[in-house]
Ligand binder design. Structure first.
Ligand code: SF4
Length: 456
């Protein structure tokens, strides 16, 4: 096992991994990639046991790319961490560990409305396994097998959408989405290809990006992603098309109709997966709850408050996953999808999840609050934003106790709030939200929709 080390200083890409840790104020921070968010329940549980052995944190954090990270790793236990992560099958390549950044649509195959990605049925054998998990696996393996692609930054993002636009909204650098014509649209090239060509196209785009980025001089900033190229990637896209006709970018389909479990825990009724209240702030709707799949089984998406997956929470998820044998799917929205609930039924699962603080109620304020690391993890933090946000949510608020909410448009979903320990506002959503920012004199709250826009 290669030795662990700290992330390099300066302007180099400093995204941490399991071997290259970030030096946070509370110790080493290790990030472990879960391509597509897929992970076995018992592996996720084992990670929480490992996190608990490092001290007071005791939780695995879910990241905004569907990965996980562990905080407070002592200097003397980093080799042990790497060994344990490798034993769990989460470190297939020491050279590529930080570039295995693949986000995939977590509800693929569970809605009945994403042709080409549905779960295979025993009575309906197909010439190839159509599941998105197989596509993720093929992309990950091919990525790790290409020495050149170890040179990507830890920020370069691959995406596999399911025609809902959920993953496209994350603006991946190289991504694919199924089209209504049974083919796949490839970005940034803007062409349509057969499914078998998806992986070669995405890796070809990544290689072309690396070579283009190497030729950039005087950009004035690091070129880690396609959008960092001086022209935003337009020339790269044209070169990747290489004379092929440009295909229209797929537009997200209508919100899938879904059968929601009767008697759901939300007083207002659970939102069907994929539903977007018409007046929700863009990107502000959380997908979640318990619902019935077209084949009659139940599935669930549980929100993990502030992305803190503790050992008891992982235990509940792992037990349910073990009963069905299906991998869990960690989403980029601090939630976990269980593709199938066990025969014990959705009510039993909902109660068990609620006991450990997992949220199955889409109406919960927890689904609309995010924070940065804050104290004690970040040396720049002026406040322990997680504890403060938790106190506010316990009081039924999204913003600090005593703070007045700025005027904003009334929405069915309500606003969402992001708490930051300083003015850098790390991890803030791209969509409109209430920014709760710690300052020397306390928190300031403002609506990001009222911020001045930069001139083009
Ligand atoms: S917003 Fe400030 S306090 Fe929060 S993680 Fe970023 S630098 Fe640290």
């Amino acid at each position: 096992m290669p030795a662990t080390r700290s992330a390099p200083p300066g302007r180099a890409d400093r995204c941490p991994g399991a071997l290259v840790l970030h030096e946070a104020a509370d110790g080493g921070l290790a990030r472990i990639r879960l391509p597509g968010g897929f992970v076995d329940g018992e592996v996720l549980f084992a990670l929480t046991v490992l996190a608990g052995s490092f001290g007071e944190h005791g939780a695995v954090e879910l990241t905004s790319r569907g990965n996980v990270q562990l905080r407070g790793v002592p200097a003397g236990r980093r080799a042990e961490l790497a060994e344990r992560v490798a034993e769990l099958g989460l470190l297939p390549s020491a050279t590529h560990e930080r570039v295995r950044n693949i986000v995939a649509a977590p509800f693929a195959g569970l809605t009945g409305q994403d042709p080409g990605l549905e779960e295979p049925r025993p009575e309906d054998p197909r010439p190839e396994d159509p599941r998105l998990q197989e596509l993720v696996r093929a992309l990950d393996q091919a990525l790790c097998a290409d020495p050149e692609l170890a040179g990507l930054s830890g920020r370069f993002l691959f995406g596999l959408d399911d025609a809902t636009g959920d993953i496209a909204a994350l603006a991946p650098d190289a991504w694919a989405a199924p089209t209504a014509r049974g083919r796949w649209w490839i970005g940034p090239a803007g062409v349509e290809v057969e499914r078998a060509a998806v992986v070669p196209e995405l890796l070809g785009a990544a290689r072309a990006f690396l070579r283009t980025a190497a030729d950039v001089v005087g950009a004035g900033h690091p070129v880690w992603r396609v959008r960092d190229l001086p022209d935003g990637g337009r020339e790269l896209a044209a070169a990747l098309r290489a004379g092929r006709p440009q295909a229209p970018r797929p537009t997200p389909g209508p919100a899938p109709a879904r059968t929601v479990r009767p008697g759901g825990t939300s007083p207002g009724g659970a939102w069907p997966v994929g539903a977007r209240p018409a007046d929700a702030w863009p990107g502000g709707a959380w997908h979640g709850g318990v619902w019935q799949r077209p084949d009659g089984f139940h599935a669930a998406a549980v929100h993990v408050p502030l992305g803190q997956l503790t050992r008891p929470r992982a235990d509940v998820l792992a037990a349910e996953a073990a009963a069905t044998g299906e991998a869990l799917r960690v989403t980029p929205w601090r939630s976990v999808v269980l593709p199938r609930l066990s025969g014990a039924g959705p009510d039993r699962f909902t109660v068990a999840a609620g006991r450990v603080g997992l949220v199955t109620d889409p109406g919960s304020p927890w689904t609309r609050v995010t924070t940065c690391a804050g104290r004690p993890g970040c040396a720049s933090a002026l406040a322990d934003v997680r504890s403060d946000a938790a106190r506010a949510v316990d009081a039924g608020r999204l913003i600090p106790l005593g703070a007045a909410a700025p005027p904003g448009p009334p929405t069915a979903a309500g606003p969402r709030a992001h708490w930051s320990g300083c003015a850098r506002r790390c991890g803030q959503p791209a969509s409109r939200h209430l920014a709760v920012v710690a300052g020397p004199a306390g928190y300031l709250v403002h609506d990001t929709g009222t911020e001045p826009k930069e001139c083009p």
